[in-house]
Design a protein around this ligand. Structure first.
Ligand SMILES: *Cc1c(COP(=O)(O)O)cnc(C)c1O
Length: 232
């Protein structure tokens, strides 16, 4: 089932990309595997998706220990923290995660910076922005984002790679477009300050119900759970 789901998702991505003149190779799928098993993650990895997202630290550590190359599993996985991160969990988080999507305060960024410095790591992060507010608890307000990012950019053991947002749940995916568009515009605005090291910023946006709209608004990192793991 997972293989068929991934095949269908890739077809949908190709079709949107040809409609919008985008290169599908620039879009990373993160398989959000909260509540799924290591066996299910292995099935995903066999389809070629090696970016795995989790939202709880303890659950992530169990899976990480099960699937890291120096333990039992030979294929390198990139681990993504997509859920809210509490400061008292930072120390454990930076040990396993390649990219933390959910940095939404200077306080949290400072703690990640401090713990990363202790283990000599430059931690890749995204800044979470609350573009829709309705029903979404976490993330910076759009109008404070630029000022906060300028502060976080001073921290030496962090590498800010882009922005993340979660759209409110709506009946029609088209209604998410303004949120995604807002994130893209913020990303472009922040680019003028030279913060994105590669000359572009990651836009982590789009989930099972709205990823096609997100791609149309320039998403280059999709976080997909049910589309991959559930019976469609
Ligand atoms: C669960 C989750 C996803 C995946 O959601 P689906 O709607 O199942 O695709 C993406 N992002 C975050 C932050 C999540 O918690």
């Amino acid at each position: 089932m997972i293989k068929e789901n991934v095949f269908k998702i890739k077809e949908r991505i190709l079709s949107i990309c040809s409609k919008t003149n985008r290169n599908p190779d620039t879009i990373t799928i993160v398989a959000v595997s909260k509540d799924r098993t290591p066996e299910q993650i292995k099935e995903v990895i066999e389809t070629g998706i090696t970016d795995i997202g989790e939202n709880k630290i303890q659950e992530a550590i169990l899976k990480y220990n099960n699937l890291t190359p120096n333990t039992q599993y030979p294929i390198p996985i990139k681990w993504h923290m997509v859920g809210h991160l509490q400061t008292n969990k930072v120390k454990e988080a930076i040990r396993i995660f390649d990219l933390i999507h959910s940095v939404d305060s200077i306080h949290l960024a400072a703690e990640i910076n401090k713990q990363a410095a202790r283990i000599n790591k430059i931690q890749d992060i995204l800044i979470q922005v609350n573009t829709s507010s309705k029903g979404i608890k976490f993330g910076l307000k759009p109008d404070e984002t630029i000022e906060v990012i300028k502060e976080i950019a001073k921290l030496k053991n962090l590498n800010i790679k882009g922005l993340m947002t979660i759209a409110s749940i709506v009946d029609d995916p088209e209604k998410t477009r303004p949120y995604f568009r807002m994130l893209r515009e913020l990303r472009d605005e922040i680019g003028k300050f030279g913060i994105w090291k590669l000359g572009f910023g990651i836009l982590s946006m789009g989930m099972t119900d709205d990823f096609e709209v997100a791609i149309e608004e320039d998403a280059n990192m999709l976080r997909l759970g049910r589309a991959i793991f559930s019976r469609q």
